[in-house]
Design a protein around this ligand. Structure first.
Ligand SMILES: Cc1cc2nc3c(=O)[nH]c(=O)nc-3n(C[C@H](O)[C@H](O)[C@H](O)COP(=O)(O)OP(=O)(O)OC[C@H]3O[C@@H](n4cnc5c(N)ncnc54)[C@H](O)[C@@H]3O)c2cc1C
Length: 498
């Protein structure tokens, strides 16, 4: 079992969308709706009058769920089960009009708001305790215009649907590496994946968005319209509103890629990482190499492996892969010609919601030998946890875009390095696993420069977030002031005014 198997799958996220439909009637049915205890964005306890909740639910075409309704428990769940929160209300919009209604209701009551697309947030930002969760799982759909090479993707869609629909026309847009991740969260924070070195980040391929801002207005933002807002949503996360549609630029893309995992005994981890350290910055744009170290719980032997995807011309593949081949005989070699859409889906086979996780990470601008030694020499497992270190390959086309062209500031990274712990829920106190990961990370962090806002660890401070936006912070603040002056959208890498 490797990192993919344990980080993967949220079948529940996909099925949640089917179950909530009836529940609108639970709230709006003939009986009295009881008052609902809730909290404001800054944590003040409030009571939502039953009649107001009823009026809200009647105005929505989709469901409004309260605890006890069918679908409430599935909707409030996020991928990481160590976040077990109970929103006061869950709104399940079926389109932009419902999103507007939900945002206006939240604004009128100053409610704490969480926005959920794929539910993958590492720090559980897409659920909340006693606030309003806007669950976009009923807004999933993709329309492709092959001639114009554009795809319009609804704000609650998961990545796999986009890959599937686009590839039917021999087209692709670069998204992430796990197909049940949400397009919403992934794209707004940046969006790294197997094609990012070739075509740029997900945000670099966004042509426009439709977004419901904190005043409840539906706005279109593009290079021609609401330009500041368009700039800010590309890397500024969920700070500015709820995106109901993304318009992506598509690229011609062959269905077959050379991809898979090649593994080495853990004793060869330094050789493997040393090769990657030398090659990562100069590899062709079509090559994505993601090195990982993994130690299973229960004291099994560790493994070092590379996840590879080469999407260039097949005749050039072996030349691109030559530095990997020079590492010598692997313990297993799964690199072969594969269907790109299936590669993107390869990790979706099971539901791991019994595994709690803790993740922390940071961007590395280079991979000095000292980093390789620090990674390997300090990598320690524990009988009670999965222990993982991996580096998502950046650079290439994504690195050639100026830092101020979008709100995403870390264009200089060669990789996004992440340390992860996973534990079985209910099998003991997870605190030592999180602490061990923090201690490991304290040795690696000096090699990092900034972090990916989509990998916010739980203990991040407002100051860390602000400095991470680098020179883009003043413009982000000015857009935040214009579109969300009361910080309605705060469960994210929050741009704080003041
Ligand atoms: C298994 C796994 C694999 C991953 N792989 C990758 C990867 O390959 N590349 C990569 O770049 N990242 C990856 N990530 C990180 C991922 O980008 C973030 O976790 C991201 O937040 C997930 O988006 P989501 O919609 O699934 O999350 P959610 O938890 O649903 O949302 C996270 C946040 O995004 C915002 N948001 C979501 N949708 C909208 C919307 N429509 N409008 C406004 N705001 C919205 C909200 O602020 C919300 O709090 C991965 C994470 C996991 C757990």
């Amino acid at each position: 079992m490797k990192r993919r198997e344990f980080l993967n799958s949220s079948l529940l996220a996909a099925t949640a969308s089917l179950t909530g439909l009836r529940a609108a009637y639970a709230v709006v049915g003939t009986g009295e709706v009881p008052d609902v205890a809730a909290v404001t964005g800054d944590g003040r306890a409030i009571t939502l009058k039953g009649a107001e909740v009823r009026e809200f639910a009647v105005a929505m075409r989709g469901a409004v769920l309260v605890a006890g309704d069918d679908g409430y428990d599935k909707a409030r769940q996020v991928l990481n089960p160590s976040f077990d929160k109970h929103p006061a209300l869950i709104a399940q919009p079926t389109g932009s009009a419902d999103v507007q209604t939900a945002v206006r209701f939240a604004r009128a009551h100053d409610l704490l708001v969480a926005v959920k697309c794929g539910g993958h947030s590492a720090s559980g930002q897409s659920t909340c305790e006693r606030g309003l969760q806007i669950d976009l799982s009923h807004m999933r759909g993709v329309r492709v215009d092959p001639k114009a090479r554009r795809a319009w993707v609804e704000g609650g869609t998961l990545l796999g649907l986009v890959d599937h629909e686009c590839m039917a026309h021999g087209l692709a847009t670069p998204l992430g590496t796990v197909s049940h991740t949400g397009v919403g969260g992934l794209t707004l924070g940046g969006g790294f994946g197997r094609l990012a070195r070739r075509f740029g980040l997900a945000i670099d391929n966004v042509e426009s968005v439709d977004i419901v801002t904190a005043d409840g207005q539906l706005r279109h933002a593009s290079a021609q319209e609401n330009q500041d807002l368009f700039w800010a949503v590309r890397g500024g996360g969920g700070n500015f509103g709820v995106v109901t549609t993304f318009e992506f630029r598509l690229h011609p893309m062959q269905r077959e890629v050379i991809a898979g995992e090649i593994a080495f005994p853990f004793a060869r981890a330094k050789d493997m990482l040393g090769m990657w350290a030398e090659y990562a910055a100069t590899a062709p744009d079509e090559l994505y190499i993601d090195p990982s170290l993994y130690l299973p719980p229960g004291g099994g032997s560790g493994v070092a492996y590379l996840e590879v995807c080469y999407s260039g011309p097949a005749k050039d593949a072996e030349r691109a892969l030559a530095p990997i081949r020079k590492l010598g005989t692997p313990s297993s070699d799964g690199i072969k010609t594969r269907d790109y859409v299936l590669v993107q889906r390869a990790n979706d086979s099971s539901d791991n919601r019994t595994l709690g996780t803790y993740l922390t990470g940071g961007f590395i601008p280079r991979v000095p030998a000292a980093l390789v030694s620090t990674i390997v020499d300090n990598f320690r497992g524990d009988p009670g946890r999965h222990t993982i270190l991996f580096c998502q390959h950046c650079g290439g086309a994504a690195g050639r875009i100026p830092e101020n062209a979008t709100a995403f500031a870390q264009r200089d990274a060669v990789a996004n390095m992440m340390a992860v712990a996973g534990w079985t829920m209910g099998a003991g106190d997870p605190a030592p696993h999180m602490q061990a990961t923090r201690e490991y990370w304290s040795k690696l962090e000096p090699f990092t420069r900034g972090f990916y806002i989509n990998d916010l660890p739980r203990e991040i401070t407002a100051r860390d977030i602000s400095s991470n936006y680098r020179g883009n912070l003043p413009r982000l603040k000015s857009v935040k002031r214009q579109y969300d002056p009361t910080n309605l959208f705060r469960l994210n890498a929050n741009v704080q005014l003041g």
